[in-house]
Design a protein around this ligand. Sequence first.
Ligand SMILES: Nc1nc2c(c(=O)[nH]1)N[C@H]1C(S)=C(S)[C@@H](COP(=O)(O)O)O[C@H]1N2
Ligand SMILES: [Mo]
Length: 231
Amino acid sequence: MKTAKKITRREFMASAGGTVVSIGLPGVFVKLMDSDNRAVAAQLRPDGKSRIPPGQHAVKALPNMGGEQGDINVPEWQLQITGDVEKPMALNISDLMALKQMDLTCDVHCVTGWTLLDSRWRGISMKTILDLVKVKETAGFIIFEASGDYTSSIPLADSLKDNVILAHGFYDQKLPRAHGAPLRALVPDRYFYKSVKWLKGIKISAVDEPGYYESAGYSNSADPWKEERFD
Ligand SMILES: Nc1nc2c(c(=O)[nH]1)N[C@H]1C(S)=C(S)[C@@H](COP(=O)(O)O)O[C@H]1N2
Ligand SMILES: [Mo]
């Protein structure tokens, strides 16, 4: 397992929560008016959960939360899919584009407190990928591995939900590098640290491997509606 740099909550909140990034969209961290936030918070999702999870506020654009992009060179880049699968694979961008594509509109929730409503993405369903590599019976967890030492994991059962995708498109454009190009995981119903940017590998494993933030004290289950921020 990779070692994660231990950070305190205060350091993480300071580095992530207060970031104001480039002018121009997307990237500007602008809060909605408090009155708008209250109106949206009163709405319910089709699954009955509150539209804005407890302790969150909606913002108008996706903040750039930074992170280490590593040495990704897109023409040479491949997504390595390994572990408990019948057919391990390395897929390049054209291989991924040849798979079934889907558009997804979803809300995303950062543990530092912001929520972006109705964000628009394009990519490949995680289920499409898992069907392709043929997951073994022994598999229980999906470990997303980024460039650098960033990892995060989710249970296999969670990864089969319709809204879990690998995204390469963002608002009808190519996903910007700052937001994880060429490919990022999107797990909208968990705090956003599970949505690994600059994806390089997906390891399917019988056992869980707590990721970068999870090893530093953030919740592994990370359910925004239960406010599972820290363990
Ligand atoms: N590889 C990698 N993925 C990452 C991170 C990171 O630092 N490195 N940060 C996570 C966190 S805490 C958040 S809130 C989102 C931020 O994504 P954004 O910068 O596109 O808003 O990416 C997540 N995925
Ligand atoms: Mo985050």
